[in-house]
Design a protein around this ligand. Structure first.
Ligand code: ADP
Length: 296
């Protein structure tokens, strides 16, 4: 971990004029995802284990929100509930006002592990969800090719997953998730298995794709640089029990480029995240989500 204390940095609360304007504009947008007082408990070996404790958060239309926190803070539990693979012990999760129950094509998923069907070509992988929804074969093929064009893999439409690099596989996974035109893309450490260089280019690639598609993103990561580079807001969770310790409006303008990694606002945000994640021992109860924002 770099020692950021020796640098004279701006406050992570101080926005550039552009990022401040974006924060204000985002707050005007309709809410797509609403997480309200969400708790999830499990029976642990030594009694009740509170994985998520009264999490409340709203994600707005075409916002990019990351969730970050130490191991065991409930990130996977949260995304599993949002995907419909698990359920709340109390509280609620709603998409466009409707409670999330079970799997639905209104949510696209991209996981860390490569989840492509190895026996299907790239194109047929992307067509899969469309065919399941009842889209005709020709139309599904045309749409799949459009999505492959967007992620830059049209030349590989007839390749099989084992002929692709890790980054290419994740681009197909993104195309497959977006092909169903979900309201929200749920991404669970999607670049976690990639080498640093591929990871960096995938982050830039994802921002370009997201910019051209009408979709909201909820992104789980434990990488501070990744969360800062990609997000409009970062929800920081603390562990034992999993609670929100702070929500940061990222003070960086868009479009983002890798040069931003060296900017004062970037480093100030990263320093704040380091403090919250590595020094924050006891999460506060019921923090106000945007209590500290000076951008609004
Ligand atoms: P993270 O993804 O942030 O590492 P998880 O959501 O995987 O955290 O886990 C949060 C806590 O809940 C951990 O203490 C974990 O052991 C516990 N947990 C998660 N799933 C279950 C389960 N199915 N049964 C019991 N405990 C669980």
């Amino acid at each position: 971990m770099a020692n950021l204390d020796i640098l004279d940095l701006p406050s992570y609360l101080d926005h550039t004029p552009e990022s401040g304007a974006r924060v204000r504009e985002l707050k005007q947008r309709p809410v797509v995802l609403e997480i309200d007082q969400l708790s999830r408990e499990f029976a642990g070996p030594t009694g009740r284990l509170v994985a998520l404790d009264e999490i409340s958060c709203q994600v707005r239309h075409r916002e990019f929100v990351s969730v970050i926190g130490p191991s065991g803070c409930g990130k996977s539990t949260l995304i599993r509930i949002l995907a419909g693979l698990d359920y709340p012990s109390s509280g609620s999760v709603r998409l466009d006002g409707k409670p999330i129950v079970g799997f639905g094509s209104d949510r696209g998923m991209v996981f860390q592990g490569y989840t492509l069907f190895p026996w299907l070509t790239v194109k047929k992988n992307v067509m899969f969800g469309l065919r399941m929804k009842g889209t005709g074969s020709r139309q599904a093929e045309a749409q799949a090719r459009e999505w492959l064009k967007i992620v830059g893999l049209l030349d590989f439409e007839n390749a099989y997953p084992n002929q692709l690099s890790g980054g290419m596989k994740q681009r197909v996974a993104i195309a497959r998730a977006l092909a169903n035109e979900p309201r929200i893309l749920l991404m669970d450490e999607p670049f976690g298995a990639l080498d640093a260089q591929t990871r960096g280019s995938m982050q830039s690639h994802l921002l370009k794709v997201w910019d051209s598609v009408d979709v909201t993103v909820l992104f789980i990561t434990h990488d501070l640089d990744e969360a800062t580079f990609l997000s409009d807001r970062i929800v920081v969770l603390g562990a034992n029990p999993g609670r929100i310790v702070e929500v940061i409006d990222v003070p960086l303008p868009r479009p983002r480029s890798p040069e931003l990694f060296m900017s004062g606002h970037f480093l100030a945000t990263k320093k704040r995240l380091e403090h919250l994640i590595y020094n924050h021992e006891t999460p506060m109860k019921h923090p106000s989500a945007n209590l500290h924002s000076r951008a609004a």
